[in-house]
Design a protein around this ligand. Structure first.
Ligand SMILES: [Zn+2]
Length: 357
């Protein structure tokens, strides 16, 4: 086996998580460029500033990344003198803002720290950037970037974010377990893959246990234990798993039928804009389980979905069986199904969907 290095960024979580920033940032220099989403910097800016007061670390003015993670936006940011002259980048916000900062960090060869302000995806802890075109359509995946030097999760900021992010994040996160576990079925796994596959179980278990309470606490802005556990599952566990189970393009256990289902449906006009990714993916997991002959597990997950308001039947995502039929060929060709223990056919998808009407 070739040399192989595993990265899993350390994290600090809590209501005073930002107090730890100077301790770790100091290792990389004295000047940080702060880049993020407009709302995110409004939510986190004062707290970051307060944490770095008298720390000897100088912050740039807050720089808005734009509205979409594009190569163009990253290029523009990398040309800003405050960013060029900085020793490190503070990436503040949701997935798109942090993914944009990853591209800037790659371009300028500067380390970055991640400050997720919503618990919706694992961008802060993963080494992947999902790049879009200016019009919002998908452009490219940039894999195997450096991971963040440290992830700082302020639970008060997470608790005050709209609950819709957490809601969709729950579906996308438990999908990680079902997809990774199925991708790796029956295989003799080397250390890092086995770590990732075993750890992926926590993407599901933590959310089934704490998800409902976490949503309630998010609704009232309470940075509770349940909410912090859910945020860690969504941001950290999933990020670590995604790095561990992807060594290169030939051996990538990320993705599976739930994502293939979502991307297939994106062939329907306007589907992408009208639906939250994680919500549709959560239904895709039910379909995955039906195709895999695990009806009992599917019913168990439907019970959970019902409790948190995620979809339990096809009409809950506003899709008809004819639309599934129309998109089934694209689903079977999706690259998420490249590493799968068996061939997924159009008939299997349609039959499973019929059981979920
Ligand atoms: Zn996803």
């Amino acid at each position: 086996m070739d040399n192989y290095t595993v990265y899993a960024p350390p994290y600090t979580i809590g209501e005073a998580a930002y107090d730890k920033i100077p301790e770790y940032a100091r290792l990389y220099g004295t000047r940080a460029a702060v880049i993020g989403g407009r709302k995110a910097m409004k939510a986190a800016g004062d707290r970051i500033r307060a944490a770095l007061k008298d720390s000897g670390i100088e912050l740039s003015d807050f720089i808005c990344y734009g509205t979409e993670c594009t190569f163009e936006a990253a290029r523009k940011l990398a040309a800003i003198p405050d960013v060029r002259d900085a020793d490190m980048i503070f990436a503040v916000g949701g997935g798109k803002a942090i993914d944009t900062c990853k591209l800037v960090s790659l371009d300028l060869k500067k380390p970055y720290f991640a400050f997720p302000t919503i618990a919706s995806n694992c961008s802060a802890a993963s080494s992947l950037s999902i790049v879009y075109h200016e019009d919002g359509s998908f452009c490219d995946f940039v894999h195997f970037l450096d991971s963040a030097r440290h992830v700082f999760i302020d639970t008060r900021i997470i608790a005050q974010a709209p609950e819709q992010y957490l809601w969709a994040g729950i579906g996308d996160t438990y999908a990680k377990y079902y997809e990774v576990d199925l991708s790796a079925r029956g295989e003799d796994l080397p250390h890092y893959l086995a770590l990732g596959v075993h750890m992926s179980r926590m993407c599901m278990e933590t959310l089934v246990r704490h998800g409902e309470q976490a949503l309630k606490d998010n609704r009232i802005g309470e940075p509770s234990y349940a909410l912090s556990q859910a945020a860690l599952a969504i941001i950290i566990t999933t990020g670590w798993v995604s790095m561990l189970v992807a060594r290169d393009h030939n051996m990538d256990y990320n993705g599976g039928a739930a994502h293939a289902f979502f991307y297939g449906l994106c062939n329907l006009p306007g589907f992408d804009e009208d639906h939250l990714h994680g919500v549709v993916v959560s239904f895709g997991v039910l379909l995955l389980l039906m195709m895999d002959g695990r009806e009992e597990e599917c019913r168990r997950l439907q019970d959970f979905n019902r409790k948190v308001g995620l979809p339990v039947k096809l009409s809950d995502i506003g899709v008809t069986i004819d639309e599934v039929r129309a998109c089934a060929p694209a689903m079977t060709r999706d690259e998420d199904l490249e590493h799968y223990p068996y061939q997924v056919t159009e008939e299997m998808i349609i039959e499973a969907a019929k059981k979920l009407l």
